[in-house]
Design a protein. Structure first.
Length: 445
């Protein structure tokens, strides 16, 4: 196997361009790509905050949906690992505003907070959703909002409520009204069909935005959440595309001879960082969208790959084996000498940068075991937050609280999420089949 093929197809033996050997060497067995991802809470925080999410009073002229918004809000807060919503069967009353709340009764149920509200309007012209958050102990109203909702968007409205409640109580923005991208495949042997999927962050509303008989990999979101850049092997060699999720239109970005991989959008959405070997070796290039311009950023005999922008657009972080083993480096987007960032361990790759640029998630390998580690750039402290054997493809949530990643469990590909302190853990799995290559979207309004 030559060096280029190793670089393209194996993160385990060398580096990869956006996908581990497991995607190519292990067959995905997905019976139904459109099945939603089921979320299972593996670990939560001891002493999760008790909260009552009262069903919003339905004042709309049309029948309510089968899944009411309060159910979605409760599920969102529960899967954060930080909240313990009151079970639906224990809801003792359905107040729609603060004047109707009997605080003593809810306090007797050992709740700290309560959410109440109502929904008016109709399915034709849209709805108006109003809600309030109260501290049960002080009886103080902490939050009150009213916003319009388009027909069919009640579930998204529920995610927005959960985001607002999470931010008011925890102090950081929620990330429930976001989406995730991931790769699945259907079939076996020579009949595998790969699909690039997009779904809500809770696994609902999955849709295939690209389908190919050859591997798809390395999805990367644009800052506005409307486009995804990815790598496809549909024409035999790797190629980078950008696809508009809303219109379905697709644009070929690069299909040079050799490696075309690991796309990453700049924070302003105007440029793309990619790994190309068109000069003979895998290097980092910057491409200005809408032009034919590719500016070479690195120049080294080593393999430089997996570029990712910081949130300010000042630096590109990337993986390189220029020190003999894969490590994380960064370089200014204006060029210059790269700076080595990771020092602990002999294998660190596939960086994901937190929104505040203060943490890096990476794949850390040791003795044929690959786990997700987080390095704090402010104090240079590194902690390993997962315990799998083949954990890969970390992706920070847009609020920096969680990391989505791929792994293997009992021979099956699953997605997992872990909090940055390692205390909250979730599993996202298809009812049948494997799933890989996750990417968390930005916050979408």
């Amino acid at each position: 196997m030559n060096k280029q093929l190793i670089c393209e197809r194996s993160r385990i033996s060398r580096l990869l361009v956006g996908l581990s050997l497991s995607l190519f060497g292990l067959l995905f067995l997905v019976q139904n790509s459109y099945a939603k991802l089921e979320i299972e809470i593996l670990e939560g925080v001891s002493g999760a905050i008790p909260i009552a999410i009262v069903p919003l009073k339905w004042e709309a002229t049309t029948p309510p949906p089968s899944t009411l918004p309060n159910t979605v809000v409760s599920a969102d807060l529960y899967r954060s690992g930080l909240f313990s919503p009151l079970p639906a069967e224990d809801i003792i009353a359905t107040p729609a505003n603060g004047d109707e709340i009997r605080f003593a009764a809810w306090q007797a149920l050992k709740n700290d907070y309560i959410v109440v509200g109502k929904i008016s309007g109709d399915v034709v012209d849209g709805y108006e959703v109003s809600f309030e958050l109260f501290d049960i102990h002080t009886q103080q109203r902490l939050l009150a909002r009213v916003f319009p909702v388009k027909p069919g968007d009640l579930r998204h409205a529920a995610h927005r409520i959960a985001d607002a409640v999470y931010e008011r109580i925890i102090g950081t923005p929620g990330a429930f009204a976001t989406r995730i991208a991931y790769v699945t495949a259907t079939g076996t042997g020579d009949n595998i069909e790969f699909q690039l999927m997009v779904a809500d962050a809770d696994g609902f509303s999955p849709q295939a935005i690209a389908t190919s008989p050859e591997p798809l990999m390395s999805p990367a979101w644009s800052p506005d959440g409307n486009r995804i850049a990815y790598v496809s092997f549909e024409k035999g060699n790797s190629a980078v595309y950008i696809q508009n999720i809303l219109t379905g239109s697709r644009q070929l970005i690069s299909s040079f001879k050799g490696i075309n991989g690991a796309p990453s959008f700049s924070p302003d959405g105007h440029r793309l960082a990619v790994s190309l070997s068109k000069s003979g070796n895998s290097e980092i290039y910057l491409h200005t969208l809408g032009s034919s311009e590719f500016t070479r950023l690195t120049n080294h005999w080593s393999i430089d790959t997996e570029p990712v922008w910081d949130s300010n657009g000042h630096y590109i972080y990337f993986t390189s084996d220029r020190a003999g083993r894969p490590q994380i480096y960064r370089i200014k987007v204006t060029g210059g000498n790269p700076e080595r960032i990771s020092w602990e361990g002999d294998y660190n790759a596939r960086a994901s940068i937190s929104p505040r640029n203060n943490k890096i998630a990476m794949v850390q390998g040791s003795k044929n075991r690959y786990r997700i580690a987080i390095q704090d750039l402010e104090n240079n402290r590194l902690i390993v937050v997962t315990n799998g054997i083949l954990d890969e493809s970390p992706s920070f949530a847009p609020n920096g609280s969680m990391i989505l990643y791929a792994s293997k469990e009992n021979g099956k590909g699953v997605l997992l999420a872990v909090s940055v302190d390692g205390r909250v853990k979730q599993r996202l799995v298809l009812s049948e089949g494997d799933v890989r290559e996750p990417a968390w979207s930005p916050i979408i309004q």
